[in-house]
Design a protein around this ligand. Structure first.
Ligand code: AHN
Ligand code: ZN
Length: 327
């Protein structure tokens, strides 16, 4: 009898204390607001496929116009306030590009903001194709362009279901990949890349636009992609690089996010840093084995869905959601 009572008593205490710990864990979770949505790589993959299905998204083509409509409609569907920023931009060869930056803002009244961006156009010429006969053909840009946009569309879908504390702006920049082909490149053509982001940085969609920091996704879909600490990111926003690479490591994604320095890449984040002064980083696949530093299919006609891997999308998307929802 005594023994039974003792057992019951002990059980009661343990049950009670267990309950208390659970409660405090729950409260901590609430207090920190760390209820992080689950990123769906299936969904991100689908958004990449949809873009690729339009064909190459080269400025001044009907495929480009159709894809812009699709991206804008998706951001609206996910509850963002959408601005289509149109501009006639002059390419290195004098071509006037009918460009459109597509901007989706969540909680635009919130002063505390995070900027997420990717380019949505694809390159007019596969100038790195091993076969010379292909070098004037356009690039499909599954990885180079569509992958970053696909991940950000899935993030927009998650934000719509559960708003984070910070306001978020997602920008799909146009005319990133109309840069002068290498054999023509000289000092005057260095700024021929990233025309859409250069334009926005000089003409932001709201006056006095500010964000705490920016994160660019470029070529984030390849199998076993390696993201090194890109040099320009480290120069302007090393604390953000630290934060993102640490988060990725905590989540077990350190095989993708390599904690080593990579080269510097002239990419959209450069102009966001230089012109509008928002500290911004570039999550970009760098391949130390390849001669140009990117995937072997980069700027070839083989930048197709075959080089998109859901595991990589999952690593990037999950890491980003943890960063956003902890802000
Ligand atoms: C240059 O090749 C100068 N920058 C690479 C930026 C880029 C092109 N990202 C995707 N395509
Ligand atoms: Zn490119």
């Amino acid at each position: 009898m005594k023994k039974t009572l003792l057992i019951l008593f002990t059980l009661a205490i343990c049950f009670g204390c267990n309950k208390a710990t659970n409660k405090s864990a729950e409260r901590q979770k609430e207090m920190k607001g760390v209820n992080i949505p689950v990123f769906s790589s299936d969904s991100a993959y689908h958004y990449i496929q949809r873009q690729v299905d339009f064909g190459p998204r080269v400025p001044n083509t009907k495929e480009h116009v159709a894809c812009a409509e699709y991206l804008s409609a998706k951001l609206k569907e996910f509850g963002a306030e959408v601005t289509e920023q149109r501009a006639d931009l002059t390419a290195f060869d004098g071509t006037t590009l009918k460009a459109v930056n597509i901007i989706g803002s969540f909680r635009p009244e919130n002063k505390k903001r995070i900027l997420l961006f990717a380019h949505w156009d694809s390159r007019p010429w596969a100038d790195h194709d091993p076969n010379a006969a292909n070098r004037k053909k356009p690039v499909l840009g599954a990885n180079d362009g569509a992958s970053g946009v696909g991940v950000l569309l899935e993030i927009a879908r998650q934000i719509n279901k559960q708003q984070p504390n910070a306001g978020v702006d997602i920008i799909f920049f146009d005319a990133e990949d109309y840069g002068a082909p290498e054999h023509l490149a000289n000092a005057n053509t260095a700024n021929s890349w990233c025309l859409g982001s250069q334009y926005w940085a000089r003409n932001p969609h709201t006056s006095n636009y500010r964000a705490r920091y920016g994160i660019l996704l470029d070529m984030v879909g390849a199998p076993n992609a390696t993201f090194y600490r890109e040099q320009i990111s480290g120069y302007y926003a090393n604390d953000i690089v630290d934060k993102v690479w640490k988060q990725a490591k905590n989540l077990g994604f350190n095989q993708y996010f390599i904690n080593q320095n990579g080269g510097g890449v002239t990419d959209d984040h450069l102009y966001i840093n230089q012109i509008i002064g928002i500290p911004s980083i570039d999550i970009i696949q760098q391949d130390r084995e390849s001669p140009h530093g990117f995937g072997h299919y980069w700027h070839t006609i083989n930048d197709t869905m075959e080089h998109i891997d859901k595991n990589t999308l999952q690593a990037v998307g999950t890491t980003l959601l943890y960063i956003i929802y902890n802000e």
